[in-house]
Design a protein around this ligand. Sequence first.
Ligand code: HEM
Length: 380
Amino acid sequence: MKSSPLHFPFEWPAAAGPPEALVTLREEPVVRVTLPSGDEAFLVTRYEEIRRVLSDPRVSRNRDRPGAPRMTERKTKVFQNPRIDRDPPEHTRMRRLMAKAFTATRVEGMRPHVRRVTEELLTDLLRRTPPVDLLEAFAVPLTLRVICGLLGVPPRDQGRFRGSLDEAWRYMGELIEAKREDPGDDLISALIEVHDEDDGRLSAHELHVWCVILLLAGFETTATQLGSGVVLLLTHPDQFELLRGDPALIPDAVEELLRCQIAGHSLSMLRLVTDDIEIGGVTIPKGSGLIPVLESANFDETVFPDPLRLDITRVNKQHLVFSAGPHFCMGAALARLELQVALEALMRRVPTLRLAVPPGDLRHHDSPLDLGFRELPVMW
Ligand code: HEM
């Protein structure tokens, strides 16, 4: 293992390609890094080992313990809530209860809403004079309106909680009370029913926490991925043309764009090692921070041949962008649905879409917890 720690997350040079450090990262199975907080952590770099640690009971999601490594100096209190154990078996119990309400049928039932919102936003977009910021005009409002539609947040409230965790927490408390009085055909009402009918096994506090997590986990990530995917397509005209000529490739293209994402990193995957663990011949001591680097798994050349090449016809789609194991993304099916609908409609309605600035001019956010591009100017 190299002795002087690198800094993580690595900086994306620009839209054009991944950080140099990510390209060579898998030469070592474990790499020591310094996080934005100043704390140290170990990166796990290779696909198979990443899969393994994601299901290892000695690798805990619950970092609300003395001395545990921190991502940044800022406290992320909802996601590390002392009254919620994010490890099995408590977490398994909660996921099972959530799954009673957040079903595949409910996600599929969102399709008409996703389509309607997509078409409306594109109609508005096409009325504007380019260049237009595709994030602000399309990706963010789409994913925000979809998660709000899923949860049952009324349209008039949809601007209330962006960017403020405290406001989201307060707002969700009020909304849960309102839905208790006047339930609707939405996920929050269904979760209240699970809470009420299941002898309170999903406690009121858990219900509150998970609704906030769904709200916040639900839109920025998908908007970021949509932006990243569009940039990738626009900078790979051969793949763009291939897709435009055969929309049946959309689901495959979405998986490949997720794998090759150029806007994400795994800082928020930070875990705590609760007992000594060996990875690739290296012993990681109890108490260490550990990050399974999903974007590195997705570039692992032993799993994805020629990994830096964007190939929407790639056969292996087992990327780890939604993680794996007990914390596998609860919204993966919804995110896939949104990305597929959005991409299909964008290519159909704005076939001459192109970047309004050279790709090298696109800037990522500065803060390590804000992923994606600051803006994405496009024209047509
Ligand atoms: C393309 C978009 C998305 C990406 C890349 C993504 C990625 C992830 C990842 C990597 C995790 C796992 C964290 C871990 O292992 O610790 C996760 C968890 C989660 N995601 Fe997503 N996500 C996306 C969209 C969504 C959406 C749309 C929702 C809500 C509808 C959502 C809800 C959640 C929740 C609730 C968890 C926590 C699961 C748990 O701890 O058991 N995500 N997501």
